[in-house]
Ligand binder design. Structure first.
Ligand code: C2O
Ligand code: CU
Length: 542
């Protein structure tokens, strides 16, 4: 268990994958990074010391950070970056979450290698709402690039799209033995027959939603995004970047060698790396002759939208563990499109899109422009000119967003740093509406500062009269990242009781870089315990 204080040094270390070695940015030299362990209700202080050569910030994904956006981490949203040589002490208070979360860099594309798990155990003297596992196992799904990640990002931004396809998928940082020269780079899990293992699964990949499965074994999902669920037994799970899943694995098959594997789920046909599969081994202890070539688990086909959609629709929350009832009386309605767009190419830019365009992305037709100083600091100190309060609550144009042919001029979004201001204590509903502009695809939308009830999803255009009747207001999961289905919608509800400046964005790194994000500012309430805390003395300067 991490003590009250942990010390994390961000620094470079050499790692070899796919037969080539490169320096990567790590925390304490580890890739994936160290585990933060805590009990529900505890507070942990993390002392970050940037010994690398890039500006960096760290974010604690899914940790609500009550009244304390100062420690949240997204660059230029709640803080300016920690410069090389700089230090920053961040406070993590586990006030709602129980289960698995993770931490990652929240500046540039650095989270590719700078990430690690957070395990939050039940409050002392209480237990899991499921059978106590014999052991817990970290399963971090990720991506590996042979080139330097900052070069990948640079090329991506310079070309307005560019190649950003990773060279391998990984399990616990290892590609697995289906990739060239990766025999020794395979994660191995040794299990004892009859025992039960709690897999703490994290999708830390940059740009891909994944299916994950263990050959011949079922997985029983017991928590999603550090909130307990009704047990759901499946032969595969689907997990989007940002999401976490706690799943029980019973070692109840014939002692042998088995594969676990992850592969891309992509509703978009343009991605060419859909054939790539990362593997790890499950190895039973005991005396037996193992199969020399175990079979791969069956995973849904890469573009099996139904397999993803149905999986997410099957996850039910555990109402007796809810922090509050699912809101039924909504005071703040927000409907927002999430679109891929294009910008015309300006002089000197390399643009690889059709008709000299470069890719962009937007919410409600605003492509978010990241400011060069922190929005939280501007908000707290009443500084003008850093952001606008103009984020629209409804799409600025009404049409069938999922129609086959959409007017081309809708493809060009406006640019702005438009935030949405929300009253303390509001009950909020957000409907994310995917569009067919440029190209429809699933988007994992993530909100900082709170989890939310995922109450509904559908394909096609959201119809507020018809679709609200289909909501699950009884036992929806309480999560922090929702996968909005391709050319469809997803609806979430929550109570805005955490004052602060909270980032809302697509967790596909390429869409985040293109502007698929906004900020929700939850104002202070009247009570003494309803206000943002004062900033710590060591906030990194802008
Ligand atoms: Cu996983 Cu804005 O973060
Ligand atoms: Cu997206």
């Amino acid at each position: 268990i991490a003590g009250v204080n942990t010390y994390e040094n961000v620094k470079e270390a050499n790692y070899t994958r796919l037969c080539s070695t490169k320096p990567i940015l790590t925390v304490n030299g580890k890739f994936p990074g160290p585990i933060i362990r805590a009990y529900y209700g505890e507070t942990v202080y993390v002392n970050v010391h940037n010994k690398g050569k890039y500006n960096i910030t760290l974010h604690w994904h899914g940790v609500a950070q009550p009244r304390n956006p100062w420690s949240d981490g997204p660059e230029y949203i709640t803080q300016c970056p920690i410069k090389p040589g700089g230090k920053f002490r961040q406070k993590l208070k586990f006030s709602i979450e129980e289960g698995t979360l993770w931490w990652h860099a929240h500046s540039d594309w650095l989270r590719a290698t700078v990430h690690g798990p957070i395990f939050i155990y039940p409050r002392k003297n209480t237990s899991y709402p499921f059978q106590k596992p014999d052991a817990e196992v970290t399963v971090i799904l990720g991506e590996w690039w042979k080139s330097e990640i900052m070069d990948i990002q640079e090329e991506f931004l310079r070309t307005g799209g560019g190649p950003n396809i990773s060279d391998a998928l990984t399990i616990n940082g290892q590609p697995g033995d289906l990739y060239p020269c990766s025999k020794s780079e395979t994660f191995k899990l040794n299990v004892d027959p009859g025992k039960t293992y709690l897999l703490r699964i994290i999708n830390a990949a940059m740009n891909v939603v994944l299916f994950f499965s263990v050959s011949k074994h079922n997985l029983t999902v017991v928590a999603a995004d550090a909130s307990y669920t009704k047990p759901l037994t499946r032969d595969y799970i689907c997990i989007a970047p940002g999401q976490t899943v706690d799943a029980l694995l019973h070692a109840n098959q014939e002692p042998n060698n088995y594969y676990m594997a992850a592969r891309v789920y992509s509703s978009s046909p343009v991605l060419t790396f859909v054939n790539s599969t990362t593997t790890a081994r499950l190895h039973y202890s005991g005396n037996y002759t193992p199969t020399s070539s175990p079979s791969l688990p069956k995973l849904p086909y890469y573009n099996d939208t139904r397999a993803a959609y149905n999986y997410f629709g099957s996850i039910k929350g555990l109402p007796k563990r809810y922090p509050y009832k699912v809101p039924t009386n909504i005071t703040t309605h927000i409907v927002t499109t999430i679109s891929l767009n294009t910008f015309p190419c300006s002089e000197g830019q390399i643009c690889e899109g059709p008709n000299r365009t470069r890719s962009a992305a937007s919410m409600n037709n605003v492509s978010f422009q990241t400011p060069s100083s922190s929005i939280l600091q501007a908000y707290y100190n009443h500084v003008n000119g850093v952001y606008d309060r103009g984020f629209p609550s409804l799409p600025p144009f009404i049409f069938n967003f999922t129609a086959e042919y959409l007017p081309l001029d809708l493809e060009i979004p406006k640019r702005g740093t438009d935030v949405k201001v929300i009253k303390y204590g509001s009950t909020v509903e957000v409907v994310f509406q995917g569009t067919r502009l440029l190209q429809g695809i699933d988007h994992p939308m993530h909100l900082h500062g709170t989890s939310f009830y995922f109450v509904g999803q559908g394909l096609g255009n959201f119809d507020k009269h018809k679709d609200r009747k289909t909501y699950n207001l009884v036992d929806p999961p309480f999560i922090n990242t929702v996968l909005v289905p391709i050319n469809g919608w997803a609806a979430i509800r929550y109570r805005a009781s955490n004052p602060g400046v909270w980032f809302l964005h697509c967790h596909l790194e390429r869409h985040l870089s293109w502007g698929m994000e906004t900020v929700f500012i939850v104002k202070n309430g009247k009570g003494h315990h309803e206000k943002v805390l004062p900033p710590p003395p060591d906030m990194p300067p802008c």
